[in-house]
Ligand binder design. Sequence first.
Ligand code: PHE
Length: 359
Amino acid sequence: MSDIATLERDILGAVASASDEAALEALRVAALGKKGSISELLKTLGAMSAEERKVNGPLFNGLRDKVTNAIAARKAELGDVALNARLASETVDVTLPARPEATGTIHPVSQVLDEIAAIFADLGFAIAEGPDVEYDDYNFTKLNIPPDHPAREMHDTFYIARQEDGSRHILRTHTSPVQVRTMLKQKPPIRVIVPGRTYRVDNDATHTPMFHQLEALVIDEKTHLGNLKWVVEEFCKAFFEIENVTLRARPSFFPFTEPSVEWDMRCDRSVPGKIAFGTGNDWLELGGSGMVHPNVLDMCGIDSTKYQGFAFGFGLDRMAMLKYGAPDLRPFFESDVRWLRHYGFASLDLPTLDGGLSR
Ligand code: PHE
């Protein structure tokens, strides 16, 4: 057997049995690199006679091409092997149950928010949203609270630096500006709730600078206070999971509603540290409401001679505190995982009306 044939057999054998890409690369350098065996062979062509070169040229070049092709083929093979091994080792069994070690829980405010969304979706309400940083105009003026109105004082507003044109942004003090936003872009009938963050300069056991409100807005051609009462009642029944809800209406004042009503629900606080809903001789404050003031409708582009509606704004954190028995509001926003583990909810329990809101 000629030297060339031996060389070819040796190299091709080694290529075929190379076990990974690094070994293959070493073989390539040893054969085809600058000082490789085949490269050296090719260099000898220069010193040969024309006759010899005619014979050896095609032979050597043929050997180089064969080895080059064999290396490329083996490289592709090894690539497939490596990819298949990775695919096999990295498969995820999507049918496995959730890992038992998952310890994340749902924050009570998120839980209450999901419960409320389920209740109002069932009553045909959509969810509307607005920004936390709000125009003074939407938070106050278009809600019938002109710039010099004393009601602005009540809101303990966080102001943001004046813009160049003199206008001022604020952190919204209630979710009511989303009433304005909704009416400006949507024609009646309107039925929305607005759960969201609100801000006031305040901080004690039952007030935090950031808190959550639940706003509701209904605008139609024949809306009246009775509808408002019915919605509040249905909401309380579903949310507090009781049948016998007794509501008490107190006259109140908000510049953006007329008449304005505050709602209380019957409850029992006779056992210290406990609260029961639906019975007893005590009253639980729910929040403010009323028939939307015609000035607000007109300022938001809705014909107040044809349409009217109601709105309410309840404290969402307060509802979470009452329903789940948390005495202090501040820990809600302190990010202490021990508190969250105590009050939190399993992440896979989605509240639904038929499956039960809280289990
Ligand atoms: N926005 C009012 C508040 O924060 C509550 C409210 C909302 C009252 C809607 C009436 C109608 O105090």
